[in-house]
Design a protein. Structure first.
Lengths: 541, 101, 259
C-alpha cells in the first residue's frame, strides 16, 4: 500500500504525439481536453467583459464607457458565457471524458462526430469573436426584435451565425450521449446502476437535442429579416415582435437547464463520495433529472410576463414555473439526507459541493419570487433577475464545474494538485461570489434596472461591494490555472482512486488507457457501494 | 445483421396510397368545409407522414427505442405548437397593423 | 465480397469481423442500431427546426387568414401538385434503393439512387420556375414586393370600403383585411413561404449531395447485406425531407382554394 505510485506507462496522453494526433483524434478523452482549453479561453474572455461592466458600475454615473459601448459589454459577456462557456462546459469536458468509462464503454457511439462537434464549436467561436473584434454587438444576448432586426447597426448577423454554428456542436454532443447511454453500456450496467452523473447528462442531452434547433431556426428567421428584408417579426407589416420572444425563449429557457443539469449530476457524485454514503433516494434523484428536462420545456414564457402575453398564459406559465422547482428541491433534500450521518470531509471538490448546495438553493428560491406574477411586475429587468440567474449559473453551474474538475483532475491527468491552494481558491470563489451577487438582489429589489450603465447615487455602496466582490471572485478563478498547471509536472501521482470513490472510471488507471478498459467490465453491484470499493482496493496493491 | 426486407409490392402500395391521398387533399381543398378544411388537410398530411415513417422509414420493424424517439419528437413539437396557442389563443385576434386612415 | 476479415489488432489477438465494424462496437448489429437511433435523434432536431417555422406560420395564419388565403391562391397548384408527386415518387425510388442495398444488388442500388437524385433535381427545377415567377410578379418581400390591386380580395373582403374597420365577415371569418392591409400582411406570408420552401430546398440539395457520395460508395461495392447503413441513413434523411413537404404543400398551396 505504501509502494510508490507511478504514472502508468501507456495512457491516452502519451498514445501518439504531435499536433495531428490531437487534432485528428477520435479519443473522447483527448477531445475533452481540447474542449477544456477552448472553454477556459472563452471563460476568461467573457470574464473580461464582466470586468468592464463592474468597472462602469462602480460609480453611479456613466463615466467609464459610452452607453453604446456598455451595451456591447453586457451583450458580449452574455453571449460568450452562455453559448461558448456554460452550455458546453460540463458536458463537453467532463461528460465527454467520463461517460464512456462510467458506463464501461471504450468510446462514445460516434467518435468522429464528437471530433466534428469540437471543430464546429471552434468555427462558431471564430465567427462570434470576429464579430466582437470588428465592432461588437449591442442587442443584449437575447437579441430581441425589432431592435436586432432593423434597429441595431452592430454585428448582429456574424454573432448570431456564430451562435447558430455552435448550436450544432451542442446538438451533436447531446446526440452522441443519448445513443451511447442507450446502446453502449457494459454487461450488467443497467439503467439503475448508472452513476447519477450519467442520468444528468442523459437528461441534458435530451434538452440539447430538442431545444437547440428552435433557437437555430429563430436565428435563421432573424437573419432573413435583417439580411433580406423579410417581414416575419416586423410590426410595420403586421409582424409580432413577441413571436420572436416566444421562439427565443422556447430554447433559451431549457438552455438554462442544459447549463445546470450536468452540475446537478456532478453534485450527486461529490456529495456521495465525500460522505462515503450511497446517495439517498437514488431513483428519485435520477427521475428528477428527467423531470427537470421535460418540465424545462413548458415554462419559457415566464421571461415574458410583461411582454404582452395574455393574462391567462401568464397564469399558466407561472404555475408551471412553480412546479419545475419541485424536482430541483427533491435533489437538494436528497443530498442533505445523504450528508446526514455520513462520514463527511472537506476536500476541495467537497468545498465546492457545500457552496453549491446553499447557492443553488438561494438561486432556486429567488426564481420562485420571479415566477410569482405580482412580484415579477416589479422585479422584471432589474438586478434581482441578474442576481437570481448568476446564483444558479455561477454559484451553481460554475461551482459544479470547478468541483467536478477538481474531483476528476487526478483521473484525467494522473496527478494531484496542491490541496492548500485549491482550498484557498474555493473559499475565495465562495466569498467573492456572495460579495458580488448578494448586493445585486438588494439593488434590484430597490429598483435598479439591468442593462443600464448609470444608476441613482444612493445605490453606489451596494454596487461598489459588488464590484469589489468581483475582484475577489476573479482571483479565485485565476488561482486554479496556476496550481492545476503546476500539478501536471510536479503534482503527486494520484493512482487509480485517490478519493476512494465508486464508479467504473475509478477502477482504471489514472490517466486512463486510450481504450479505457483492457477487458470490458461486467457490473454486478449497485452504484455508490463504498464497502465494495474498499474491498476491491484491498486487492489492488 | 440485416434488417427486415420489405417486399416491393408493399412499397408500390404505399406509394399509390400516398398519391391517392395527395389527390384527396387537393380535392378536399376545393370543397367549402369552413373551419374543417384545415383540419382535413392536416389529418390527411399526418396520415401520409405516418405511412412514410412506418413503411418507407421502416419504423414498423425498428426497435422500441427508435419508436420512442419518433414519438418524443412529435410530443415536443406538440408542446411547441400547443403552448404557443395558449398565449395566442387567449389574446384578442387584433392584428398589429398600423392605423390606416 | 468477403464478409469477414481476420487480422491481428493491437491487443495481440486476431478476430474475424466485418471490415466495416468499428472497434468500439461489439457487433455489426449494435453498430447499425446505434446509427439508426442516432439518425432518428438527428431527425428530431430537424422536426423542431422546421417546427419553429410552422409555429410562426400557425400564428400568422390565425391572425391574417385573408392574406394567407389570397397569397396561397396566387401559387400554382399545378407546379405544387406536380412537385408533391415527384417527391413522393422519389421516396419510393429511395426505398427501393435501400432495399436493393439490403439484398446486395449493387447495380440496382446505384440505379435507384440515381433515379432518386433525378427526381430530386426535377423538384428543384420546378422550384426555380416558381421562384422566378414570384420575382416577376413582385412577390418577394424586402426586394420588390407589390401586392397588385389586380389581386382583389374575393367574397367578403372586396365588398367593404377601403380602410374599413375590423369587421365580421361572413361565416367563420372574424377579420377582414382591406387592400392596404393585404399589401402589408401578404408579405408575412411570402416571408414564411420563401423561408420554409427555401430551407426545404436547401435540405434537398444537401440530400442530393449525400446521395452522390452514397451512390459512389455503392458503385464501388462497399455495401452488402451486413452493411448498408449509409444507404439506410440517406434514406431516412430523404424520407424526412419528403414528410416536411407533405405538410408544406397543403399549408402553403391549399388555403381556401374553394373560393
Amino acid at each position: 500500500m505504501l509502494d510508490k505510485l507511478k504514472i502508468p506507462e501507456r495512457n491516452y496522453l502519451n498514445n501518439g504525439h504531435g499536433l495531428a494526433s490531437w487534432l485528428l483524434t477520435k479519443d473522447h478523452k483527448r477531445i475533452a481536453i481540447m474542449y477544456l482549453i477552448s472553454i477556459s479561453v472563452m471563460f476568461f474572455l467573457g470574464g473580461l467583459f464582466a470586468v468592464g461592466i463592474r468597472l462602469e458600475l462602480a460609480t453611479p454615473q456613466g463615466d467609464f464607457v459610452q452607453a453604446d459601448t456598455y451595451n456591447k459589454f453586457f451583450t458580449m459577456h452574455g453571449v460568450i458565457m452562455v453559448f461558448f462557456f456554460l452550455i458546453p462546459s460540463i458536458p463537453a469536458v467532463l461528460g465527454n471524458f467520463l461517460i464512456p468509462p462510467m458506463i464501461g464503454a471504450k468510446d462514445l457511439a460516434f467518435p468522429r462526430i464528437n471530433l466534428l462537434s469540437l471543430y464546429i464549436y471552434w468555427i462558431g467561436g471564430v465567427f462570434t469573436l470576429y464579430a466582437m473584434i470588428s465592432g461588437g454587438v449591442d442587442t443584449g444576448w437575447t437579441f430581441y426584435t425589432p431592435y436586432s432586426a432593423t434597429g441595431s447597426n452592430t454585428n448582429v448577423v456574424p454573432t448570431a451565425l456564430g451562435i447558430f454554428i455552435a448550436g450544432f456542436s451542442s446538438i451533436l454532443t447531446g446526440l452522441n450521449f443519448i445513443v451511447t447511454i442507450h446502446r453502449m453500456r457494459a454487461p450488467g450496467m443497467t439503467w439503475f446502476r448508472l452513476p447519477l452523473f450519467v442520468w444528468a447528462h442523459y437528461a441534458t442531452s435530451l434538452v440539447q437535442v430538442l431545444g437547440t434547433p428552435v433557437i437555430a431556426i429563430t436565428i435563421v428567421m432573424l437573419g432573413v429579416e435583417r439580411g433580406l428584408g423579410f417581414g416575419i417579426f416586423d410590426p410595420a407589416r403586421g409582424g409580432d415582435p413577441v413571436l420572436f420572444q416566444h421562439l427565443f425563449w422556447f430554447y433559451s429557457h431549457p438552455a438554462v437547464y442544459i447549463m445546470i443539469l450536468p452540475a446537478l449530476g456532478v453534485q450527486s457524485e461529490l456529495i456521495s463520495t465525500f460522505s462515503k454514503k450511497t446517495i439517498f433516494g437514488y431513483s428519485f434523484v435520477a427521475f428528477s433529472s428527467l423531470a427537470i428536462a421535460v418540465f424545462g420545456f413548458i415554462v419559457w414564457a415566464h421571461h415574458m410576463f410583461v411582454a404582452g402575453i395574455s393574462t391567462y398564459a401568464a397564469m399558466v406559465f407561472s404555475f408551471l414555473s412553480f412546479s419545475v422547482a419541485i424536482p430541483s428541491a427533491v435533489k437538494v433534500f436528497n443530498w442533505t439526507a445523504t450528508l446526514y450521518k455520513g462520514a463527511i470531509s472537506f476536500e476541495t471538490p467537497m468545498l465546492y459541493a457545500y457552496g453549491f448546495m446553499g447557492l443553488f438553493a438561494i438561486g432556486g428560491l429567488t426564481g420562485l419570487f420571479l415566477a410569482t406574477l405580482g412580484m415579477d411586475i416589479h422585479l422584471h429587468d432589474t438586478y434581482f433577475v441578474v442576481a437570481h440567474f448568476h446564483y444558479i449559473m455561477v454559484g451553481g453551474a460554475i461551482m459544479g464545474y470547478l468541483g467536478g474538475l477538481h474531483f476528476w483532475w487526478p483521473k484525467m491527468t494522473g496527478r494531484m494538485y496542491s490541496e492548500f491552494f485549491s482550498r484557498i481558491a474555493a473559499i475565495l470563489v465562495f466569498v467573492g461570489f456572495n460579495l458580488t451577487f448578494l448586493p445585486q438582489f438588494v439593488v434590484g429589489y430597490l429598483g435598479m434596472p439591468r442593462r443600464y450603465h448609470a444608476y441613482p447615487d444612493e445605490m453606489q455602496v451596494l454596487n461598489v461591494m459588488s464590484s469589489a466582490g468581483a475582484s475577489v471572485l476573479g482571483l479565485g478563478y485565476a488561482l486554479p490555472i496556476f496550481y492545476l498547471l503546476y500539478s501536471l509536472k510536479k503534482g503527486a501521482v494520484a493512482g487509480p482512486n485517490p478519493w476512494g470513490a465508486s464508479g467504473l472510471e475509478w477502477q482504471t488507471q489514472s490517466p486512463p488507457l486510450t481504450e479505457n478498459f483492457i477487458e470490458v467490465p461486467v457490473v454486478d453491484h449497485e452504484p455508490y457501494e463504498y464497502e465494495h470499493v474498499v474491498a476491491k482496493e484491498k486487492h489492488l496493491v | 445483421m440485416s434488417g427486415h426486407v420489405s417486399p416491393v409490392s408493399l412499397y408500390i402500395t404505399i406509394f399509390l396510397a400516398l398519391m391517392v391521398l395527395t389527390a384527396a387533399t387537393v380535392g378536399a381543398a376545393f370543397v367549402d368545409l369552413g373551419q374543417f378544411n384545415f383540419l382535413v388537410a392536416m389529418i390527411i398530411a399526418a396520415f401520409k407522414a405516418t405511412l412514410v415513417i412506418w413503411y418507407f422509414m421502416h419504423v414498423k420493424y425498428a426497435s422500441n427505442l427508435t419508436k420512442l424517439t419518433v414519438a418524443t419528437g412529435l410530443f415536443f413539437l406538440a408542446i411547441l405548437l400547443g403552448l404557443f396557442l395558449v398565449d395566442y389563443g387567449s389574446k384578442a385576434l387584433t392584428p398589429m397593423l398600423p392605423a390606416l386612415s | 465480397m468477403s464478409n469477414a476479415v481476420v487480422h491481428a489488432d493491437g491487443h495481440g489477438h486476431a478476430h474475424a469481423h466485418h471490415p466495416a465494424l468499428q472497434h468500439h462496437f461489439d457487433t455489426m448489429g449494435q453498430q447499425k442500431e446505434a446509427a439508426v437511433v442516432g439518425m432518428w435523434v438527428f431527425l428530431l432536431t430537424e422536426i423542431l427546426f422546421f417546427g419553429g417555422l410552422f409555429a410562426a406560420y400557425m400564428i400568422y395564419r390565425i391572425w391574417y387568414f385573408d392574406a394567407f388565403a389570397e397569397a396561397s391562391r396566387s401559387l400554382s397548384l399545378f407546379w405544387g401538385g406536380l412537385n408533391t408527386a415527384v417527391l413522393i415518387g422519389s421516396s419510393l425510388t429511395m426505398a427501393m434503393a435501400v432495399r436493393s442495398a439490403q439484398t446486395n444488388k449493387r447495380t440496382a442500388t446505384v440505379n435507384w439512387l440515381v433515379l432518386t437524385m433525378i427526381l430530386g433535381t426535377v423538384f428543384l427545377g420546378v422550384k426555380v420556375i416558381e421562384y422566378a415567377d414570384k420575382f416577376e410578379h413582385h412577390h418577394v418581400p424586402g426586394y420588390n414586393f407589390q401586392w397588385a390591386a389586380a389581386h382583389e380580395a374575393p367574397a367578403a373582403g372586396a365588398e367593404h370600403a377601403p380602410g374599413a374597420e375590423v369587421a365580421v365577415a361572413e361565416g367563420h371569418r372574424e377579420l377582414s383585411l382591406n387592400a392596404d392591409q393585404l399589401q402589408l400582411t401578404t408579405q408575412i406570408y411570402f416571408s414564411l413561404y420563401f423561408t420554409m420552401t427555401g430551407l426545404h430546398a436547401l435540405h434537398m440539395i444537401i440530400g442530393i449531395g449525400i446521395m452522390l457520395v452514397i451512390t459512389w460508395m455503392a458503385h464501388k461495392g462497399r455495401f452488402d447485406e451486413q452493411y448498408y447503413t449509409p444507404v439506410e441513413m440517406a434514406g431516412l434523411y430523404w424520407h424526412f425531407v419528403d414528410i416536411v413537404w407533405i405538410f408544406l404543400f397543403p399549408l402553403l398551396y391549399l388555403v381556401e382554394r374553394h373560393v
